[in-house]
Design a protein around this ligand. Structure first.
Ligand SMILES: C[S@@+](CC[C@H](N)C(=O)[O-])C[C@H]1O[C@@H](n2cnc3c(N)ncnc32)[C@H](O)[C@@H]1O
Length: 497
Protein backbone atom coordinates (compact mmCIF):
# COMPACT_ATOMS: atom_id res chain seq x y z
CA UNK A 1 0.00 0.00 0.00
CA UNK A 2 1.31 3.40 -0.96
CA UNK A 3 1.00 5.87 1.88
CA UNK A 4 0.77 9.50 0.96
CA UNK A 5 2.50 11.73 3.44
CA UNK A 6 0.28 14.75 2.92
CA UNK A 7 -2.32 13.88 5.59
CA UNK A 8 -1.23 16.34 8.23
CA UNK A 9 -2.16 19.24 5.96
CA UNK A 10 -5.60 17.84 5.16
CA UNK A 11 -8.99 18.19 6.72
CA UNK A 12 -12.63 17.61 5.63
CA UNK A 13 -13.32 15.92 2.27
CA UNK A 14 -9.69 16.09 0.97
CA UNK A 15 -8.68 14.07 4.04
CA UNK A 16 -11.26 11.42 3.17
CA UNK A 17 -9.96 11.30 -0.41
CA UNK A 18 -6.40 10.80 0.76
CA UNK A 19 -7.41 8.12 3.24
CA UNK A 20 -9.51 6.39 0.59
CA UNK A 21 -6.52 6.17 -1.74
CA UNK A 22 -4.74 4.26 1.01
CA UNK A 23 -7.48 1.62 0.91
CA UNK A 24 -7.98 1.33 -2.86
CA UNK A 25 -5.58 -1.60 -3.27
CA UNK A 26 -7.50 -3.77 -0.77
CA UNK A 27 -10.69 -3.78 -2.84
CA UNK A 28 -11.60 -4.87 -6.36
CA UNK A 29 -12.36 -1.90 -8.69
CA UNK A 30 -16.09 -2.77 -8.46
CA UNK A 31 -16.05 -2.83 -4.65
CA UNK A 32 -14.05 0.38 -4.54
CA UNK A 33 -16.71 2.20 -6.62
CA UNK A 34 -19.45 0.70 -4.41
CA UNK A 35 -17.54 2.05 -1.40
CA UNK A 36 -17.39 5.53 -2.99
CA UNK A 37 -21.12 5.42 -3.76
CA UNK A 38 -21.91 4.29 -0.21
CA UNK A 39 -19.91 7.17 1.26
CA UNK A 40 -22.10 9.61 -0.68
CA UNK A 41 -25.18 8.38 1.20
CA UNK A 42 -26.06 9.74 4.63
CA UNK A 43 -25.36 7.40 7.54
CA UNK A 44 -28.77 6.88 9.11
CA UNK A 45 -28.91 6.85 12.91
CA UNK A 46 -29.14 3.47 14.53
CA UNK A 47 -30.11 2.48 18.03
CA UNK A 48 -30.07 -0.56 20.29
CA UNK A 49 -32.96 -1.27 22.63
CA UNK A 50 -32.35 -1.79 26.34
CA UNK A 51 -33.60 -5.26 27.23
CA UNK A 52 -33.45 -4.39 30.95
CA UNK A 53 -36.24 -1.88 30.32
CA UNK A 54 -38.09 -3.02 27.19
CA UNK A 55 -39.71 -6.31 26.22
CA UNK A 56 -37.77 -8.59 23.84
CA UNK A 57 -39.26 -8.90 20.34
CA UNK A 58 -40.65 -6.20 18.08
CA UNK A 59 -43.26 -4.62 20.38
CA UNK A 60 -40.99 -1.88 21.78
CA UNK A 61 -39.64 -0.75 18.40
CA UNK A 62 -43.12 -0.82 16.91
CA UNK A 63 -44.47 1.36 19.72
CA UNK A 64 -41.60 3.87 19.30
CA UNK A 65 -42.04 3.89 15.51
CA UNK A 66 -45.75 4.61 15.85
CA UNK A 67 -45.26 7.33 18.44
CA UNK A 68 -42.44 9.18 16.62
CA UNK A 69 -43.16 8.37 12.95
CA UNK A 70 -39.99 6.31 12.52
CA UNK A 71 -39.34 3.99 9.62
CA UNK A 72 -36.98 1.34 10.88
CA UNK A 73 -34.93 -1.53 9.51
CA UNK A 74 -33.31 -4.26 11.62
CA UNK A 75 -29.52 -4.52 11.88
CA UNK A 76 -28.86 -8.02 10.49
CA UNK A 77 -26.33 -9.11 13.12
CA UNK A 78 -28.00 -7.64 16.21
CA UNK A 79 -31.59 -8.54 17.13
CA UNK A 80 -32.01 -5.45 19.32
CA UNK A 81 -30.42 -3.05 16.79
CA UNK A 82 -32.41 -0.86 14.39
CA UNK A 83 -31.61 1.75 11.76
CA UNK A 84 -34.04 4.65 11.80
CA UNK A 85 -34.40 5.45 8.09
CA UNK A 86 -36.95 8.22 8.61
CA UNK A 87 -38.00 10.20 11.66
CA UNK A 88 -40.00 13.35 12.39
CA UNK A 89 -37.40 14.53 14.94
CA UNK A 90 -33.91 13.56 16.06
CA UNK A 91 -33.94 10.11 17.68
CA UNK A 92 -32.06 11.57 20.65
CA UNK A 93 -34.97 13.89 21.48
CA UNK A 94 -37.39 11.45 23.09
CA UNK A 95 -38.18 10.76 26.73
CA UNK A 96 -37.51 7.06 26.10
CA UNK A 97 -33.95 7.86 25.05
CA UNK A 98 -33.43 10.13 28.04
CA UNK A 99 -34.66 7.36 30.33
CA UNK A 100 -32.18 4.88 28.87
CA UNK A 101 -34.59 2.70 26.93
CA UNK A 102 -32.25 2.72 23.93
CA UNK A 103 -28.68 3.68 23.07
CA UNK A 104 -27.77 5.48 19.86
CA UNK A 105 -24.83 3.65 18.34
CA UNK A 106 -23.39 2.96 14.91
CA UNK A 107 -24.63 -0.44 13.78
CA UNK A 108 -21.08 -1.78 13.30
CA UNK A 109 -20.43 -1.26 17.01
CA UNK A 110 -23.28 -3.66 17.76
CA UNK A 111 -21.27 -6.56 16.34
CA UNK A 112 -18.62 -7.35 19.02
CA UNK A 113 -20.92 -8.34 21.94
CA UNK A 114 -23.03 -10.42 19.54
CA UNK A 115 -20.00 -12.55 18.63
CA UNK A 116 -19.66 -14.15 22.07
CA UNK A 117 -21.46 -17.39 22.85
CA UNK A 118 -23.86 -16.43 25.65
CA UNK A 119 -25.87 -19.65 25.79
CA UNK A 120 -23.25 -21.71 27.62
CA UNK A 121 -22.45 -18.96 30.08
CA UNK A 122 -25.53 -17.85 32.05
CA UNK A 123 -23.65 -15.97 34.82
CA UNK A 124 -20.58 -14.68 33.01
CA UNK A 125 -17.62 -12.87 34.47
CA UNK A 126 -16.79 -10.28 31.83
CA UNK A 127 -13.94 -7.83 31.38
CA UNK A 128 -14.55 -4.83 29.11
CA UNK A 129 -10.99 -3.63 28.95
CA UNK A 130 -11.39 -0.29 27.13
CA UNK A 131 -14.97 0.56 27.88
CA UNK A 132 -15.70 4.29 27.73
CA UNK A 133 -18.18 5.73 26.82
CA UNK A 134 -19.81 2.38 27.46
CA UNK A 135 -21.97 1.54 24.44
CA UNK A 136 -20.64 -2.00 24.24
CA UNK A 137 -20.67 -2.38 28.03
CA UNK A 138 -24.44 -1.82 28.02
CA UNK A 139 -24.73 -4.42 25.27
CA UNK A 140 -22.68 -6.94 27.31
CA UNK A 141 -24.99 -6.34 30.27
CA UNK A 142 -28.02 -6.93 28.08
CA UNK A 143 -26.68 -10.13 26.54
CA UNK A 144 -26.00 -11.53 30.01
CA UNK A 145 -29.39 -10.24 31.29
CA UNK A 146 -27.50 -8.38 34.04
CA UNK A 147 -26.90 -11.74 35.76
CA UNK A 148 -23.14 -11.65 35.50
CA UNK A 149 -20.48 -9.19 36.53
CA UNK A 150 -18.86 -6.80 34.06
CA UNK A 151 -15.64 -5.05 35.04
CA UNK A 152 -15.86 -1.96 32.82
CA UNK A 153 -12.40 -0.46 32.65
CA UNK A 154 -10.94 2.54 30.87
CA UNK A 155 -7.50 3.95 31.52
CA UNK A 156 -8.55 7.51 30.71
CA UNK A 157 -9.74 9.22 33.90
CA UNK A 158 -11.35 11.98 31.85
CA UNK A 159 -13.58 9.45 30.06
CA UNK A 160 -14.85 7.74 33.23
CA UNK A 161 -17.70 10.21 33.86
CA UNK A 162 -19.20 9.46 30.45
CA UNK A 163 -18.97 5.73 31.19
CA UNK A 164 -20.63 6.15 34.59
CA UNK A 165 -23.50 8.16 33.15
CA UNK A 166 -24.14 5.69 30.33
CA UNK A 167 -24.22 2.77 32.78
CA UNK A 168 -26.49 4.63 35.21
CA UNK A 169 -28.84 5.54 32.41
CA UNK A 170 -28.89 1.90 31.26
CA UNK A 171 -29.81 0.81 34.79
CA UNK A 172 -27.00 -1.76 35.07
CA UNK A 173 -26.40 -3.36 38.47
CA UNK A 174 -23.89 -6.13 37.65
CA UNK A 175 -21.04 -3.80 36.87
CA UNK A 176 -17.97 -2.18 38.44
CA UNK A 177 -16.12 0.68 36.76
CA UNK A 178 -12.33 0.78 37.11
CA UNK A 179 -9.65 3.00 35.67
CA UNK A 180 -6.36 1.22 35.07
CA UNK A 181 -4.21 0.58 32.01
CA UNK A 182 -5.76 -2.54 30.46
CA UNK A 183 -2.25 -3.98 30.16
CA UNK A 184 -2.35 -4.82 33.91
CA UNK A 185 -5.38 -7.12 33.93
CA UNK A 186 -3.57 -10.13 32.44
CA UNK A 187 -1.00 -10.05 35.23
CA UNK A 188 -3.46 -9.19 38.00
CA UNK A 189 -6.17 -11.68 37.06
CA UNK A 190 -4.69 -14.45 34.88
CA UNK A 191 -7.13 -17.13 33.70
CA UNK A 192 -10.11 -15.42 35.33
CA UNK A 193 -12.71 -14.02 32.92
CA UNK A 194 -15.25 -16.00 30.86
CA UNK A 195 -15.52 -13.23 28.29
CA UNK A 196 -13.13 -10.37 27.53
CA UNK A 197 -13.93 -7.55 25.14
CA UNK A 198 -11.03 -5.48 23.85
CA UNK A 199 -12.57 -2.68 21.81
CA UNK A 200 -9.17 -1.19 21.29
CA UNK A 201 -8.05 2.41 21.08
CA UNK A 202 -7.27 2.87 17.37
CA UNK A 203 -6.65 5.35 14.56
CA UNK A 204 -10.39 5.59 13.75
CA UNK A 205 -9.91 5.31 9.99
CA UNK A 206 -13.48 4.02 9.64
CA UNK A 207 -14.16 6.16 6.56
CA UNK A 208 -17.37 7.57 8.02
CA UNK A 209 -17.34 10.45 10.43
CA UNK A 210 -19.67 9.95 13.36
CA UNK A 211 -19.90 11.79 16.65
CA UNK A 212 -17.82 9.12 18.39
CA UNK A 213 -15.50 8.44 15.49
CA UNK A 214 -14.16 11.66 14.01
CA UNK A 215 -11.72 11.12 11.13
CA UNK A 216 -8.36 12.78 11.48
CA UNK A 217 -5.00 12.54 9.77
CA UNK A 218 -2.78 9.80 11.14
CA UNK A 219 0.96 9.38 10.68
CA UNK A 220 2.62 6.01 10.17
CA UNK A 221 4.46 6.53 13.47
CA UNK A 222 1.19 6.98 15.37
CA UNK A 223 -0.32 3.99 13.63
CA UNK A 224 2.65 1.78 14.55
CA UNK A 225 2.54 2.93 18.13
CA UNK A 226 -1.21 2.20 18.28
CA UNK A 227 -0.61 -1.26 16.81
CA UNK A 228 2.09 -1.97 19.43
CA UNK A 229 -0.31 -0.94 22.22
CA UNK A 230 -3.08 -3.08 20.71
CA UNK A 231 -0.75 -6.10 20.77
CA UNK A 232 0.05 -5.51 24.46
CA UNK A 233 -3.65 -5.07 25.29
CA UNK A 234 -4.68 -8.17 23.34
CA UNK A 235 -2.02 -10.24 25.12
CA UNK A 236 -3.32 -8.94 28.43
CA UNK A 237 -6.91 -9.79 27.38
CA UNK A 238 -5.88 -13.35 26.48
CA UNK A 239 -3.98 -13.77 29.75
CA UNK A 240 -7.00 -12.55 31.72
CA UNK A 241 -9.37 -14.99 29.95
CA UNK A 242 -10.03 -18.41 31.46
CA UNK A 243 -9.12 -21.53 29.45
CA UNK A 244 -12.05 -21.97 27.06
CA UNK A 245 -12.89 -18.32 27.64
CA UNK A 246 -13.63 -16.07 24.68
CA UNK A 247 -11.98 -12.79 23.70
CA UNK A 248 -13.35 -10.37 21.13
CA UNK A 249 -10.87 -7.96 19.59
CA UNK A 250 -12.41 -5.05 17.71
CA UNK A 251 -11.50 -1.66 16.29
CA UNK A 252 -13.32 1.11 14.42
CA UNK A 253 -10.48 1.41 11.91
CA UNK A 254 -9.78 -0.33 8.62
CA UNK A 255 -5.98 -0.11 8.63
CA UNK A 256 -4.56 -3.65 8.35
CA UNK A 257 -1.66 -2.86 10.68
CA UNK A 258 -4.11 -2.41 13.58
CA UNK A 259 -6.32 -5.35 12.67
CA UNK A 260 -4.99 -8.37 10.79
CA UNK A 261 -1.44 -7.22 11.69
CA UNK A 262 -2.20 -7.26 15.43
CA UNK A 263 -3.78 -10.73 15.26
CA UNK A 264 -0.77 -12.00 13.30
CA UNK A 265 1.73 -10.59 15.83
CA UNK A 266 -0.09 -12.17 18.76
CA UNK A 267 -0.45 -15.46 16.87
CA UNK A 268 3.28 -15.54 16.13
CA UNK A 269 4.06 -15.16 19.82
CA UNK A 270 1.42 -17.43 21.37
CA UNK A 271 0.30 -19.74 18.57
CA UNK A 272 -0.51 -22.67 20.88
CA UNK A 273 -2.48 -20.71 23.45
CA UNK A 274 -5.52 -19.62 21.42
CA UNK A 275 -7.34 -19.98 18.13
CA UNK A 276 -9.15 -17.48 15.96
CA UNK A 277 -12.71 -18.55 15.22
CA UNK A 278 -13.94 -18.44 11.63
CA UNK A 279 -16.82 -15.95 11.62
CA UNK A 280 -17.73 -16.34 7.93
CA UNK A 281 -21.04 -18.04 8.78
CA UNK A 282 -22.01 -15.47 11.41
CA UNK A 283 -22.89 -12.65 9.03
CA UNK A 284 -25.50 -12.64 6.25
CA UNK A 285 -22.94 -11.39 3.71
CA UNK A 286 -19.24 -12.23 3.39
CA UNK A 287 -16.97 -9.76 5.19
CA UNK A 288 -13.64 -11.59 5.43
CA UNK A 289 -10.47 -10.10 6.86
CA UNK A 290 -7.57 -9.53 4.46
CA UNK A 291 -5.27 -12.43 3.62
CA UNK A 292 -2.36 -10.12 2.93
CA UNK A 293 -1.54 -6.42 3.03
CA UNK A 294 1.48 -4.24 2.35
CA UNK A 295 3.62 -7.22 1.37
CA UNK A 296 2.74 -9.24 4.49
CA UNK A 297 0.81 -12.52 4.19
CA UNK A 298 -1.28 -13.39 7.24
CA UNK A 299 -1.82 -16.86 8.73
CA UNK A 300 -4.96 -18.57 7.33
CA UNK A 301 -6.70 -18.29 10.75
CA UNK A 302 -6.62 -14.49 10.53
CA UNK A 303 -9.06 -14.38 7.63
CA UNK A 304 -11.71 -15.84 9.99
CA UNK A 305 -12.03 -12.32 11.42
CA UNK A 306 -14.50 -9.87 9.87
CA UNK A 307 -13.84 -6.54 8.21
CA UNK A 308 -16.95 -4.39 7.80
CA UNK A 309 -16.36 -2.09 4.85
CA UNK A 310 -19.03 0.64 4.77
CA UNK A 311 -20.54 -0.66 1.50
CA UNK A 312 -21.12 -4.17 2.88
CA UNK A 313 -23.71 -3.39 5.57
CA UNK A 314 -24.06 0.42 5.33
CA UNK A 315 -22.12 0.97 8.57
CA UNK A 316 -18.94 2.81 9.45
CA UNK A 317 -15.77 0.78 8.81
CA UNK A 318 -15.08 -1.78 11.54
CA UNK A 319 -13.04 -4.90 12.33
CA UNK A 320 -13.75 -7.74 14.77
CA UNK A 321 -12.27 -11.12 15.66
CA UNK A 322 -13.35 -13.85 18.08
CA UNK A 323 -10.55 -15.71 19.88
CA UNK A 324 -10.83 -18.73 22.16
CA UNK A 325 -8.12 -19.38 24.72
CA UNK A 326 -6.98 -22.98 24.60
CA UNK A 327 -3.97 -23.12 26.95
CA UNK A 328 -2.39 -21.06 29.73
CA UNK A 329 -0.28 -18.08 28.79
CA UNK A 330 3.19 -17.48 30.11
CA UNK A 331 2.54 -14.88 32.75
CA UNK A 332 4.04 -13.17 35.73
CA UNK A 333 1.47 -12.72 38.44
CA UNK A 334 1.32 -9.37 40.14
CA UNK A 335 -0.92 -8.57 43.05
CA UNK A 336 -3.59 -6.06 42.08
CA UNK A 337 -3.95 -2.91 44.18
CA UNK A 338 -6.31 -3.33 47.12
CA UNK A 339 -8.92 -1.10 48.68
CA UNK A 340 -11.54 -2.53 50.99
CA UNK A 341 -15.22 -1.65 50.72
CA UNK A 342 -15.07 0.01 54.13
CA UNK A 343 -12.18 2.17 52.88
CA UNK A 344 -14.54 3.18 50.07
CA UNK A 345 -17.04 4.16 52.79
CA UNK A 346 -19.42 1.28 52.01
CA UNK A 347 -21.08 -0.66 54.82
CA UNK A 348 -23.45 -3.59 54.36
CA UNK A 349 -27.04 -2.72 55.23
CA UNK A 350 -28.01 -4.78 58.31
CA UNK A 351 -30.66 -7.37 57.45
CA UNK A 352 -33.22 -5.83 59.86
CA UNK A 353 -32.94 -2.51 57.99
CA UNK A 354 -33.15 -4.33 54.65
CA UNK A 355 -36.36 -6.05 55.75
CA UNK A 356 -37.88 -2.81 56.94
CA UNK A 357 -36.94 -0.99 53.69
CA UNK A 358 -38.35 -3.85 51.62
CA UNK A 359 -41.64 -3.54 53.57
CA UNK A 360 -41.85 0.19 52.80
CA UNK A 361 -41.19 -0.33 49.08
CA UNK A 362 -43.78 -3.09 48.95
CA UNK A 363 -46.35 -0.85 50.64
CA UNK A 364 -45.57 2.23 48.59
CA UNK A 365 -44.91 0.80 45.14
CA UNK A 366 -45.90 -2.88 45.27
CA UNK A 367 -42.20 -3.51 44.58
CA UNK A 368 -40.76 -6.81 45.81
CA UNK A 369 -37.17 -5.91 46.66
CA UNK A 370 -36.28 -9.08 48.59
CA UNK A 371 -37.21 -11.44 45.75
CA UNK A 372 -35.23 -9.34 43.30
CA UNK A 373 -32.10 -9.31 45.50
CA UNK A 374 -32.31 -13.07 45.94
CA UNK A 375 -32.94 -13.85 42.27
CA UNK A 376 -30.03 -11.74 41.01
CA UNK A 377 -27.63 -12.27 43.93
CA UNK A 378 -27.45 -8.56 44.69
CA UNK A 379 -26.69 -7.00 48.08
CA UNK A 380 -27.37 -3.60 49.63
CA UNK A 381 -24.52 -1.37 50.83
CA UNK A 382 -24.84 2.03 52.43
CA UNK A 383 -22.53 5.05 52.17
CA UNK A 384 -23.80 7.83 54.41
CA UNK A 385 -27.45 8.30 53.44
CA UNK A 386 -26.99 6.79 49.97
CA UNK A 387 -27.90 3.14 49.33
CA UNK A 388 -26.41 1.02 46.54
CA UNK A 389 -27.15 -2.40 45.08
CA UNK A 390 -23.95 -4.33 44.43
CA UNK A 391 -23.53 -7.69 42.68
CA UNK A 392 -22.53 -10.37 45.19
CA UNK A 393 -19.94 -11.68 42.72
CA UNK A 394 -18.02 -8.42 43.04
CA UNK A 395 -17.73 -8.97 46.79
CA UNK A 396 -16.80 -12.63 46.37
CA UNK A 397 -14.09 -12.29 43.74
CA UNK A 398 -13.06 -8.64 43.55
CA UNK A 399 -13.84 -7.20 46.96
CA UNK A 400 -10.43 -5.53 47.11
CA UNK A 401 -10.44 -4.10 43.58
CA UNK A 402 -10.38 -0.30 43.80
CA UNK A 403 -13.38 0.58 41.67
CA UNK A 404 -14.57 4.08 40.80
CA UNK A 405 -18.19 3.06 41.10
CA UNK A 406 -20.12 -0.21 41.27
CA UNK A 407 -23.68 -1.45 41.05
CA UNK A 408 -26.61 0.95 40.95
CA UNK A 409 -27.85 3.54 43.39
CA UNK A 410 -31.23 2.47 44.77
CA UNK A 411 -31.95 5.72 46.61
CA UNK A 412 -31.26 7.63 49.80
CA UNK A 413 -32.55 7.93 53.33
CA UNK A 414 -34.12 11.38 53.73
CA UNK A 415 -36.05 12.98 56.64
CA UNK A 416 -39.24 12.31 54.61
CA UNK A 417 -38.36 8.60 54.28
CA UNK A 418 -36.48 6.51 51.75
CA UNK A 419 -36.38 8.25 48.35
CA UNK A 420 -36.01 5.96 45.36
CA UNK A 421 -33.25 7.10 42.95
CA UNK A 422 -33.90 8.23 39.40
CA UNK A 423 -31.86 5.38 37.89
CA UNK A 424 -33.51 2.68 40.02
CA UNK A 425 -37.02 3.94 39.25
CA UNK A 426 -36.20 4.21 35.52
CA UNK A 427 -35.04 0.58 35.50
CA UNK A 428 -37.68 -1.03 37.73
CA UNK A 429 -40.80 1.13 37.30
CA UNK A 430 -42.48 -1.76 35.46
CA UNK A 431 -42.19 -3.77 38.70
CA UNK A 432 -44.09 -1.03 40.57
CA UNK A 433 -47.85 -1.35 40.16
CA UNK A 434 -48.47 1.23 42.92
CA UNK A 435 -47.14 4.67 43.80
CA UNK A 436 -47.91 5.94 40.28
CA UNK A 437 -49.30 9.33 39.44
CA UNK A 438 -50.91 9.82 36.04
CA UNK A 439 -50.74 13.30 34.53
CA UNK A 440 -53.12 14.49 31.82
CA UNK A 441 -51.73 14.29 28.29
CA UNK A 442 -51.88 18.07 27.75
CA UNK A 443 -49.51 18.60 30.70
CA UNK A 444 -46.89 16.12 29.49
CA UNK A 445 -44.92 18.66 27.36
CA UNK A 446 -44.58 21.01 30.39
CA UNK A 447 -43.45 18.07 32.55
CA UNK A 448 -40.84 17.03 29.97
CA UNK A 449 -39.56 20.63 29.94
CA UNK A 450 -38.83 20.16 33.64
CA UNK A 451 -41.74 22.21 35.01
CA UNK A 452 -43.47 21.46 38.32
CA UNK A 453 -47.20 20.72 38.13
CA UNK A 454 -50.01 21.95 40.35
CA UNK A 455 -53.31 20.40 41.32
CA UNK A 456 -52.31 16.72 40.98
CA UNK A 457 -53.84 14.11 43.29
CA UNK A 458 -51.09 11.97 44.77
CA UNK A 459 -51.22 8.35 45.97
CA UNK A 460 -50.84 7.68 49.72
CA UNK A 461 -47.92 5.91 51.49
CA UNK A 462 -45.26 7.19 49.11
CA UNK A 463 -41.80 6.47 50.56
CA UNK A 464 -39.89 9.77 50.64
CA UNK A 465 -42.96 11.40 49.00
CA UNK A 466 -41.67 10.15 45.65
CA UNK A 467 -44.31 9.35 43.02
CA UNK A 468 -43.68 7.53 39.74
CA UNK A 469 -45.14 9.84 37.12
CA UNK A 470 -46.74 8.47 33.96
CA UNK A 471 -48.85 9.69 31.06
CA UNK A 472 -52.31 8.42 30.16
CA UNK A 473 -50.80 5.64 28.03
CA UNK A 474 -48.84 4.40 31.07
CA UNK A 475 -45.46 5.62 29.73
CA UNK A 476 -43.16 6.32 32.66
CA UNK A 477 -42.02 9.96 32.76
CA UNK A 478 -39.67 10.15 35.75
CA UNK A 479 -40.09 10.84 39.45
CA UNK A 480 -41.95 13.66 41.14
CA UNK A 481 -41.86 14.73 44.79
CA UNK A 482 -45.30 15.37 46.22
CA UNK A 483 -45.23 18.69 48.08
CA UNK A 484 -48.16 20.45 49.77
CA UNK A 485 -48.68 22.87 46.89
CA UNK A 486 -47.26 21.06 43.85
CA UNK A 487 -45.67 18.05 42.23
CA UNK A 488 -41.97 18.86 42.11
CA UNK A 489 -40.32 17.71 38.91
CA UNK A 490 -37.30 15.49 39.69
CA UNK A 491 -36.21 14.77 36.12
CA UNK A 492 -32.42 15.30 36.19
CA UNK A 493 -31.60 18.54 34.34
CA UNK A 494 -29.52 16.66 31.72
CA UNK A 495 -32.70 14.81 30.70
CA UNK A 496 -34.93 17.81 30.16
CA UNK A 497 -36.14 17.93 26.55
C1 LIG B 1 -12.69 2.63 20.98
S1 LIG B 1 -12.75 3.39 22.51
C2 LIG B 1 -13.83 2.34 23.40
C3 LIG B 1 -15.28 2.49 23.03
C4 LIG B 1 -16.18 1.70 23.94
N1 LIG B 1 -15.80 0.29 23.96
C5 LIG B 1 -17.65 1.81 23.57
O1 LIG B 1 -18.18 0.90 22.93
O2 LIG B 1 -18.29 2.78 23.95
C6 LIG B 1 -11.20 2.98 23.21
C7 LIG B 1 -11.02 3.36 24.65
O3 LIG B 1 -9.76 2.84 25.08
C8 LIG B 1 -9.30 3.65 26.14
N2 LIG B 1 -7.86 3.33 26.32
C9 LIG B 1 -6.78 3.83 25.68
N3 LIG B 1 -5.67 3.20 26.11
C10 LIG B 1 -6.05 2.30 27.04
C11 LIG B 1 -5.34 1.37 27.86
N4 LIG B 1 -4.02 1.22 27.78
N5 LIG B 1 -6.07 0.62 28.73
C12 LIG B 1 -7.42 0.75 28.81
N6 LIG B 1 -8.11 1.63 28.07
C13 LIG B 1 -7.44 2.38 27.19
C14 LIG B 1 -9.60 5.06 25.65
O4 LIG B 1 -9.66 5.96 26.72
C15 LIG B 1 -10.95 4.86 24.94
O5 LIG B 1 -12.01 5.20 25.81
Amino acid sequence: MKRKRKHAALSGPPLLEAVLEDFRSFLSPGDFSRLLMELERPLHPSLRLNLLKTEPGDAAIQALSKKYGWQVEGVPFCPTGWWVRQARNAVSRTIEHRLGQYYIQDAASMLPPELFNWVDCPFPLILDMAASPGGKTTHLIDRSSDRGLVIANDSSKSRITALRLVLQSWGAVGVAVTSFPGEHFGEWYPGTFDRVLLDAPCSMQGLRTTENHPMRPITSRERDSLAARQVRLLESALRAASIGGQVVYSTCTLTPEENEGVLESVLQRHRDAFKIIDLSERLPRPAPALQSANGQTFSPQVSGAVRLWPHIFGTAGFFAALLVKTAPFDTHNFTPPVRSLSDAGLIKLPSSEQTSLAGRLLDGYGFDLLTLLERFHWVLYRRGDALFTLPHRLLLQFSGLPFVTAGLSIGEFTPAGFALSHEWAARFEKNCPAGRLCIPQERVPAWLRGEDLHGQTAPQNLPGKIALVEDEAGTYLGRGRVLADRLKNLLPSRLIL
